[in-house]
Design a protein around this ligand. Structure first.
Ligand code: DC
Length: 492
């Protein structure tokens, strides 16, 4: 269900937007992203970054140098050493390519015709995404593009997917050209726009997709003012929900049953012994009713993660084999609210029990990769997380764990031991996605976002404490071992 009317969203209080907010605005060409992102930058005092202008600048430099839009290596070599600057100014951003102002020449029909091809190359995108992340990492930005919410900033404070019918978009683009004194054939323009949509959405690397946590806004029938107002409200939805969360560690402590107090005591002692550091939870307990989705690297993970929950009631899913024999293993795990799950196929009972736990205000800890992965390399997420999200719509807290592998008693210095709590992912776009694709594809998209969130938390952790030689070496060794095991199993 895309939003059409400003009254569909609560007005929100502009002061709830944090100073380090990152706002991601994605959508197809001509949907009005630039005008709106610029207006919101003014309204909230954010830095506006037009990532399309970066791909356009590369395209125009390539055309000028006689480089073919399909020549990935030459494009990457051209971009690598260049100083590409975006300077906010009134009206359009000033774009400087090695000091030369290219703001106008990147808006020509020639560049327009080649830019999708240029931006489809994985190496070009890798280099651009690196630059974009560096521009926005400190926050206080609004960034516009195609993959900002899904790839560049998977943990953005707010994600807006702005769309409009192809006719409305072609009409707007035609007007834009006319204002700049360029006359183009409207029919050819519409066809070219449709072709660009197709190329941007079908490319293998970071295609234009609706992130499942984005707020989708259809601007076809809106005036610019209405569109800006609706988008401004959309920016405030997550911060408003965050501000409304009541975190009362004291009452949580009183309400917990005996076994929890015991378990938390043990887990926190172990975590202290190993020197665990926690980031991103602001010292608060985890939000009631959300799914805690953690990467999995070692058997000790549940204990280290558990030490950071701060006395919430947490259900967990564990493979059914662990509950055998029923006494003492099964009884003990059930006592700690573990739910046995068959790892093959869809275990209706386990999912039902998990959903009931969430509905009662508890949390649910899962390891969505299904099994342990090589350190430093978060794995693909299985369908279980997407199924749970579709059935419960519970928000997901991505959690990234680092350093639990290869530690010795007393704590080794070979890797920092850290747990990172991400911001909550809320599933604003799941209904829109279900209207366009099947449940399996929606699960896949939810899984991709969760993995992107871990990668971002890992990048933050590495920015704080760089990856150690021990971690690098062990990660590589594990990757080789896993690949060999796969090859043996599947004969690849
Ligand atoms: O938003 P725009 O029309 O200026 O974008 C120009 C092209 O760049 C568009 O065809 C898709 C591409 N692009 C992209 O692939 N990823 C982005 N983040 C931004 C733009």
């Amino acid at each position: 269900m895309a939003f059409h009317d400003p009254a569909d969203l609560p007005p929100g209080d502009p002061t709830v937007l944090p100073a380090d907010a990152v706002i991601a605005v994605d959508g197809p060409a001509g949907s009005g992203k630039s005008s709106t992102a610029r207006a919101l930058a003014d309204r909230f005092g954010l830095l506006y970054i037009d990532t399309g202008a970066m791909y356009r600048a590369l395209t125009q430099a390539a055309l000028a140098a006689g480089i073919q839009p399909g020549d990935e290596a030459a494009l990457a070599a051209l971009l690598g050493p260049v100083n590409l600057e975006l300077r906010p100014s009134r009206g359009e951003t000033t774009v400087l390519w090695d000091g030369h102002d290219v703001s106008r020449s990147i808006r020509t029909p020639e560049v327009e015709a080649a830019v999708s091809r240029v931006s489809s190359h994985p190496e070009v995108r890798r280099l651009m995404v690196e630059r974009q992340q560096a521009l926005g990492r400190k926050g206080g930005v609004i960034m516009e593009g195609r993959d900002i919410g899904s790839v560049v900033f998977p943990l953005a404070t707010a994600k807006i997917f702005l769309t409009a019918t192809p006719e409305a978009r072609a009409r707007r683009r035609h007007l834009q050209f006319r204002e700049r004194g360029v006359e183009v054939d409207p029919v050819a323009l519409a066809a070219e726009l449709a072709d660009r949509d197709r190329q941007d959405s079908e490319r293998a690397t970071s295609p234009l997709v609706i992130s499942p946590d984005a707020i989708v806004i259809d601007s076809s029938a809106l005036s610019l003012e209405q569109q800006n107002d609706l988008c401004a409200r959309a920016c405030l939805v997550n911060p408003t929900l965050d501000a409304a969360i009541v975190n009362d560690p004291h009452s949580a402590r009183v309400a917990l049953p005996f076994q929890y107090r015991l378990a938390y005591g043990v887990m926190q002692t172990i975590a202290r012994f190993y020197g665990l550091r926690v980031y991103g939870n602001r010292g608060l307990p985890v939000t009631p009713g959300c799914i805690l989705a953690a990467n999995h690297i070692a058997l000790i993970d549940p204990i280290l993660l558990g030490a950071t929950f701060r006395r919430s009631r947490v259900f967990s899913l564990a493979k059914a084999e662990l509950f055998q024999p029923a006494w003492p293993n099964g009884r003990f795990l059930r006592w700690l609210d573990s739910i046995p799950i068959r790892r093959k196929g869809y275990d209706r009972n386990a999912f039902g029990e998990a959903a009931a736990g969430l509905a009662s205000g508890g949390n649910l800890l899962i390891f969505p990769e299904g099994t342990r992965q090589a350190i430093g390399h978060p794995g693909q997420v299985r369908s279980g997380l997407g199924i749970l999200v579709q059935e419960t719509r519970a928000p997901v807290l991505p959690m990234f764990l680092r350093g639990g592998y290869g530690r010795r008693c007393g704590g080794s210095l070979e890797s920092p031991l850290e747990v990172w709590h991400g911001p909550l992912l809320r599933w604003h776009a799941v209904d829109d996605l279900l209207a366009q694709m099947d449940r399996r594809a929606v699960s896949e998209r939810i899984g991709q976002l969760c993995r992107a969130a871990w990668c971002e938390l890992q990048a933050r952790s590495f920015a704080n404490h760089p990856e150690t030689p021990f971690e690098k070496e062990l990660g590589q060794k594990q990757l080789r071992r896993f690949a060999a095991r796969q090859a043996k199993l599947f004969g690849g």
